[in-house]
Design a binder for this molecule. Structure first.
Ligand code: A3P
Length: 280
């Protein structure tokens, strides 16, 4: 195992998430109006975060991820006065107890796992905070086994799916967001109890388009407090292609078969799995 990684409760984490912090997650004091922005890596976290940040009069602050850094994180999170939007890649079981008790609002982002695998592969290659990886083939094997940071995509999604009918959890899909951004932006705002006019929604659609966000990375890179992903603060690594279905350019027919078999087996009781049917 590489020096930039460590294991906690059987799941691989970056050493940027200290063991002490991970061990203390249950001592985090949630506020009733906290919003958690939860995702498996590469599901579109930066995108949805940008949408939320741009809702007019929302009076929210986007904080760094709860699992990034050391034990001082909880003190830091206390300093935010406004309603906190806290990003995280934690699975349901690791989410602080208090967040569940207080029934904080949670937005869980899902994305076609084949596209996630390809996006994650590039992230591994380009991100100095992750072990170096040579080939797509090599990464594909690790992804299948769940031997990547934050563990298996299947376990992550299934851990959250179990709770998807609870009213404080909203599921947003990358693919739906691509297809109809206005509709999904409205859904997010309504979930947070915020109203927007159509023209405000259109503004957000424009400001959070892939091109616009990619072009603005240079401006936003200088703010270290703007870290949304616990694996990098370098936004240049995030905006790669922003497309649905790029997996087709990477998966061999054998890899597709192997992946689909595993998907069918692991997701046989999953309703969310149906969503991905159109994209495989
Ligand atoms: P690709 O590598 O497929 O391009 P995360 O924010 O969770 O790390 O996810 C990153 C993925 O979301 C990347 O996928 C990135 O390009 C894509 N992404 C980021 N902003 C986006 C946007 N505004 N529209 C569409 N995709 C976006």
């Amino acid at each position: 195992q590489s020096s930039v990684l460590h294991k906690f409760k059987g799941v691989i984490f970056s050493t940027m998430s200290s063991e002490e912090l991970l061990n203390s997650l249950d001592s985090f004091e949630a506020r009733e109006d906290d919003v958690f922005l939860v995702s498996y890596p590469k599901s579109g976290t930066h995108w949805i975060a940008k949408v939320i940040e741009n809702i007019p009069n929302a009076r929210i602050t986007l904080t760094p991820p709860i699992e990034l850094g050391d034990i001082s994180k909880f003190e830091e999170l206390k300093t935010y006065c406004e309603r906190r939007v806290i990003p995280t890649h934690l699975s349901y079981s690791m989410l602080p107890m208090n967040v569940k008790q207080k029934q904080c609002k949670i937005i869980y982002i899902i994305r076609n796992p084949k596209d996630i695998a390809v996006s994650f592969f590039h992230y591994y290659k380009d991100n100095p905070n992750l072990p170096s990886i040579e080939t797509w083939h090599e990464f594909f094997e690790l992804f299948l086994k769940g031997d990547v940071v934050y563990g298996s995509w299947f376990d992550h999604v299934l851990s959250w799916e179990e709770h998807k009918n609870v009213k404080n959890i909203l599921i947003i899909s990358y693919e739906e967001m691509k297809k109809d951004p206005s509709k999904n932006i409205k859904k997010i705002a309504t979930f947070l109890g915020l109203n927007m006019t159509d023209s405000e929604i259109n503004q957000i659609v424009w400001k959070t388009s892939f091109t616009e966000m990619k072009n603005n990375t240079a401006k936003e890179n200088c703010d270290p407090n703007h870290t949304i992903c616990a694996l990098t603060s370098n936004r240049n690594l995030v905006f790669r292609k922003g497309a649905v279905g790029d997996w087709i350019n990477y998966f061999t027919s054998k890899q597709k078969r192997v992946f689909d078999e595993l998907f069918t087996e692991k997701m046989k009781h999953s309703e969310l799995a149906k969503h991905f049917g159109d994209y495989s």
